[in-house]
Ligand binder design. Structure first.
Ligand code: ADP
Length: 460
């Protein structure tokens, strides 16, 4: 319907040839020219030259009109390559060039859309990888690291950039992980194993993949340290409960057997054994009560009767009660309170329980003649009061410090010294403090003494 380029050229040349041929015909039709060879030669030569000149004159604008859009197209392609996705040419003609420009614009629109989708997908993938707690690492088929996420970089103490220039073995520097990668490469199937990387306990999954032209291995590193710690705490808890129950039960059994074997007939011995049995039952009862108490506090079943309370009121009661015990061991109980302390928001009965427990421990673990100091200090910035119970007793070994708040945990020294106690006191105390929105922690040095701290929010 519209003149296409080839038609335009053909028509132009047809018109040109028609004009020239008409000129040639009229020249030859002059009288006597056809019979004159010179005239015919002259006419033909003139026609050829005219044809050449006119052809050049016609070809130039046609060529210019055809190449101009090509030049525009080239410059637009350059701009798009440089990231200027909005660059376009408007099709000014409806010929082949116009159609090419139209198709080109469509292609750029589609490419741009695909580019945006790809960017979006990449962005989402990057976010997932960046915020993932698991370490992710991708190697190519020969083991060069192609991708590493922040969790994996942190695990191997390497920046992402330096990891990407290295091999898997250079990045992980761990023989078990390297062996696993080789096993996966040899077997071409998923391998899974538990690996200890220093203090970190990892579950490692290596999967071979082949996606089109991409081929490699996906390494996932799941940090199971906390879970393993919880498992250890749980199994320790069960074995501790059994152990703690077994001791008084075993001694009850011995007492009963001794009584059955005849001790029963001697009233004095019988009374002694029955007293011992009663003491063992007291231990059992205390343990069961403390366990129940702990589980009630943990499950939030203990209602707190919070009230604005003077810190002195929280410390003096337990001090008075435990004074005789301290005096028996010639321990100095010192109360060091600043004049003006804000009131704290506390359930006095519960906090008495905490202070008694800490004080009782301090008395138990401080050799005769030692000092035990109860202090309190306001932290105005945090709106809390820090209460400290400090002793200069046997202290706690560095490696045991992290465990003493666990249920049933007793240090080796406490066990060997047979100082009694269920190992539940600190766990209960810490829970009570936590339900008051406070914190509890300890500083201690072996043979130098311990300081237990806890905070309570001020009532304001
Ligand atoms: P227990 O009732 O057996 O004393 P706790 O939970 O109160 O149990 O204490 C747990 C362990 O923490 C104790 O067995 C002891 O090893 C250690 N401990 C607590 N307080 C002190 C302290 N003041 N000095 C030294 N060790 C302490």
């Amino acid at each position: 319907m519209f003149p296409k380029i080839r038609w335009r050229i053909a028509i132009s040349y047809l018109i040109l040839v028609t004009i020239v041929m008409t000129g040639l015909a009229s020249y030859l039709s002059r009288p006597g020219c056809l019979g004159d060879a010179g005239c015919v030669r002259q006419a033909v030569s003139f026609t050829a030259v005219l044809l050449l000149v006119l052809a050049a004159v016609v070809a130039f604008p046609v060529a210019a009109r055809t190449t101009q859009p090509v030049q525009q197209l080239t410059s637009v392609i350059r701009r798009i390559t440089g990231g200027e996705w909005e660059a376009r040419i408007l099709p000014l003609t409806r010929d082949e060039m116009g159609e090419l420009i139209f198709a080109f614009n469509n292609m750029i629109d589609t490419l741009r859309q695909q580019h945006l989708t790809l960017l979006q997908d990449n962005g989402q993938l990057e976010t997932v990888l960046n915020y993932m707690a698991d370490g992710v690492l991708i190697t190519d088929s020969v083991g060069r690291v192609r991708l590493i996420n922040p969790a994996a970089s942190k695990l191997f103490s390497l920046s992402e950039k330096s990891a990407l220039e290295r091999t898997f073995a250079e990045v992980v520097r761990h023989h078990q992980l390297i062996d696993l990668w080789h096993a996966c490469q040899e077997e071409e199937q998923v391998v899974t194993a538990a690996v200890e990387l220093g203090r970190v306990f990892l579950q490692v999954i290596i999967t071979p993949f082949k996606e089109g032209w991409a081929e490699g291995y996906l390494v996932i590193l799941q940090d199971l340290t906390t879970m393993r710690h919880l498992q250890t705490v749980r199994s320790d808890f069960i074995s501790n409960v059994s152990h703690e129950l077994r001791t008084p039960l075993a001694s009850l059994q011995v007492i009963i057997e001794t009584l059955q074997d005849g001790a029963y007939d001697d009233p004095e011995t019988a009374v002694r054994f029955l007293d011992r049995a009663a003491a063992e039952i007291d231990v059992l009862t205390q343990m069961v009560e403390e366990l129940l108490e702990l589980s009630r506090i943990e499950s939030g079943q203990v209602p707190l009767r919070l009230q604005a309370t003077a810190v002195a009121d929280l410390l003096l009661g337990p001090m008075d009660r435990l004074k005789p015990q301290a005096e028996r061991a010639s321990l100095n109980l010192i109360l060091d309170l600043p004049a003006a302390l804000p009131l704290v928001l506390a359930d006095p009965t519960r906090i008495h329980q905490v202070v008694s427990n800490l004080l009782h421990n301090a008395i138990k673990f401080t050799p005769d003649g030692g000092n035990i100091t109860l202090k309190a200090e306001a932290d105005e910035e945090k709106n809390e009061v820090v209460i400290t119970i400090q002793d200069n007793g046997i202290g706690i070994a560095q490696e045991e410090l992290g465990r003493i708040f666990e249920r049933f945990y007793k240090s080796d020294r406490a066990r060997t010294r047979s100082l009694g106690g269920t190992g539940l006191g600190l766990a209960i105390s810490r829970h009570i403090v936590q339900v008051h929105n406070g914190r509890m922690w300890v500083h201690s040095k072996e043979n130098k003494g311990s300081s237990f701290f806890f905070t309570l929010p001020t009532s304001s």
